[in-house]
Design a protein around this ligand. Structure first.
Ligand SMILES: NC(=O)c1ccc[n+]([C@@H]2O[C@H](COP(=O)([O-])OP(=O)(O)OC[C@H]3O[C@@H](n4cnc5c(N)ncnc54)[C@H](OP(=O)(O)O)[C@@H]3O)[C@@H](O)[C@H]2O)c1
Length: 285
């Protein structure tokens, strides 16, 4: 983290949440509306959380993205499960143009994943690395948020079964699982605290656990099983399509043996004023 956060900004704020009908953007939008903010939610379907004003559009439509930014002061951006470099770079260009035209005061870009330190050849990482670099050098006051894995992944079909927890990571990879609700709070902080422009923040939940430690949180005697990435990919393909599933599976193949990948930025929760959800509490809900 490059900067120390200061007191909260005040003054009229109008938020745009790109991807507000999705799991992550929806959590950001809910966090903001629950605190009384004016939130416009951008997505193709308009199926956004209660009290969010839907704004239907496609990220590939430059004019529509620009309209979505009209009057906006703060924007949260989550890119969809699309990893084609040309498509992602067009989406990002449209976001930058819209944000610059509106003169947004702060944009929080969620990379969707941690990013490897060096070029990895994995599209899901590299398209987001380029997106973050483009935003940070665009003149739009940007904060880059790099989440670890989301706790909500653990509720996907086939993960938690009787006596077993299956996930496509080696048992000794430790993960600071982050809840979507905590992502919402972190994004709101990144958007509204002073002094964060230009920062890249590695988010994480309060509990960093290995596979067996995680399994034990699901109940006594629950064992951890490393799922074969190909089996994970074929299950995911039913939900999101083969292309997106292949893109996600490539990230797990890359992470495979890399033990320190998910380390969170030390002291970040305190700097952002977050009270993160203990993983055991989240599992119990
Ligand atoms: N770290 C992790 O554990 C983790 C877990 C899941 C996902 N991810 C990453 O997070 C990102 C988002 O994934 P997700 O599963 O959260 O996606 P999601 O729930 O499907 O959300 C995507 C959002 O983008 C919108 N969208 C899709 N295509 C669009 C387009 N062309 N124009 C405008 N809006 C569009 C969707 O709404 P409409 O369909 O209404 O347009 C939705 O609001 C991906 O990069 C993924 O790799 C990371």
């Amino acid at each position: 983290m490059e900067s120390i956060a200061g007191p909260r900004k005040t003054g009229a704020m109008r938020f745009l949440v790109i991807g507000a009908s999705g799991a992550q953007g929806g959590a950001v939008a809910r966090h903001l509306t629950e605190r009384g903010h004016d939130v416009r939610g951008f997505s193709r379907t308009g199926d956004v959380p209660a009290r969010v004003r839907p704004f239907r559009g496609d990220l590939g439509d430059a004019a529509r993205v620009k309209e979505a930014f009209d009057g906006v002061t703060h924007a949260s951006v989550t890119l969809p499960l699309v990893y084609d470099p040309a498509t992602v770079s067009a989406h990002v260009r449209h976001v930058i143009d819209g944000a610059l035209a509106a003169g947004v005061r702060r944009l929080a870009f969620n990379t969707g994943n941690r990013l490897p330190e060096a070029e990895s050849g994995v599209a899901a990482f590299e398209t987001r690395r380029r997106a973050a670099a483009a935003l940070l050098s665009s003149g739009v006051p940007t904060v880059v948020l790099r989440p670890p894995l989301y706790a909500e992944n653990l509720r996907a079909p086939g993960v938690a079964g009787p006596g077993v927890l299956r996930y496509p990571l080696p048992a000794d990879v430790a993960v600071p699982w982050l809840t979507h609700a905590d992502l919402g709070a972190a994004t709101a902080a990144a958007l509204t605290l002073d002094g964060l422009e230009g920062a890249t923040l590695d988010l994480g939940g309060p509990d960093t656990v290995t596979g067996p430690e995680l399994a034990a949180m699901f109940g006594p005697g629950v064992r951890y099983e490393e799922q074969d990435v190909a089996a994970f990919e074929s299950g995911l393909a039913h939900a999101v399509g083969a292309e997106a599933a292949a893109g996600v599976a490539a990230t797990y193949r890359w992470i495979g043996g890399r033990r320190g990948f998910f380390t969170p930025s030390p002291g970040l929760a305190e700097r952002l004023g977050l009270r993160l959800t203990p993983l055991r509490d989240w599992i119990a809900t």
